[in-house]
Design a binder for this molecule. Sequence first.
Ligand code: CA
Ligand code: CA
Ligand code: CA
Length: 451
Amino acid sequence: MKPNIVLLLTDDQDERSLSLVPGIEEAIGAAGGTGPGATFNRAFVTTPVCCPSRVSQLTGAYAHNHNVLTNFPPTGSITKFRSEGWEDENIASRLKAAGYRTTIIGKYMNGYTGGYVPAPWERFFASTRPYQASPPLTFYENMGLGSEGPEYTNDPTRYLDTYLLRDVAVREIGRWGADRPLFMVVSFHGPHIPAFFDAADADRFADLKAPRVPSWGVSDADDPQYVKNQAPLTAEEAKAADTLYRKKARSILAIRRAIVDIVKKFEEKGQLDNTYFVFTSDNGYRHGEHAMVHGKHTPYEEDINVPLFVRGPDVSKGVRLPNFALNIDLAPTFCEWAAISPRPYMDGRSLAPLLRGESVPWRTNFLIEHWAESGVPTYKGVRSNEGRVYVEYASGASAGDKELYDIREDPYQLNNLMDDGATPTYLRERLAALKACSGDACRSAEEVSRT
Ligand SMILES: [Ca+2]
Ligand SMILES: [Ca+2]
Ligand SMILES: [Ca+2]
């Protein structure tokens, strides 16, 4: 039988906050150095905001190709996802055609409010808004979930949303006959704001604060205009950043428990050896860096760097991989695991050879792209494995601003080298080759080395 593929997805989880809650690596079995899985130390999203990144995960395409550019209509959200045709054509539709029992539980796509079941999903338990929100979450219950009694009524004293998703996942694994391969996406709402956590964890991380890294609360004269505009963080804002950081750490604790239970259920079914688990997030997050109280969207490392752990039948055990792994790589990877051809619209590449320990040609740089939203301008940038990131802004008061950082010398991106006489010709050329690339052209532009 083809292997099962399980995507465990969190919302707005930067790599750093994960390290506060060691154990997700272990829960999935990566546990860098000891466990039966692999960790990518340099996993990134190409567009650091929910909806475009989720579409990139499902399609394997850069946002400039899938064209779902923001979280809101008319340029983004579920309506754009539908009108561009991706709701019916993505990795789930391909896996369904290959015989998989396709299942999604939790956050499906920004703006989804229920009323229909998208064709690629055989088992569909999408939330229409986060649980405990007001008004409370309702599931679109095409599978008769609602008729199964009070177990799933809206009672926050009984259910944290993370545990509700876990319970649905565990039940679905239990109901699956294991006669067909399973593709399951468990898409947690946490640790996204409001970062709900288990009341039993209310005292955990009591003294935790957003790390006071060198860029914390700092903006200065060489920053792009939208950063330069930031006033220093007030005491109130610092407190808000710290409070959110603490809540997110607690929220991740509950997610860890949920993952342990989900993995355990596969073990009970005797399916652990035939199942790939992938843990990642849709974008990273800042908690006070660059003087912005909190958020995503920017090309800074905090926003684009995400956790990525993988375990599975032929995945190297206990390794940390240094390669650039991207959100656009998930769909091509799943294709290889399922032994189906990647689709021509996929710009990413399969991570499977790296995970098997093979040495293959790999990208040395990739495109970061964003369309103006939430106060962060439109930009295109390139992140290179020489430790450079180069960004060109194209909207609002920041239009024409450029940033260049040497991440190895300046990991917190404080000294923009563009005002110091830098002429990053090779990065400009790479960006020019990447910004409108598709398919093979992306893959070859990503592999250009400095001459
Ligand atoms: Ca997100
Ligand atoms: Ca600066
Ligand atoms: Ca400078």
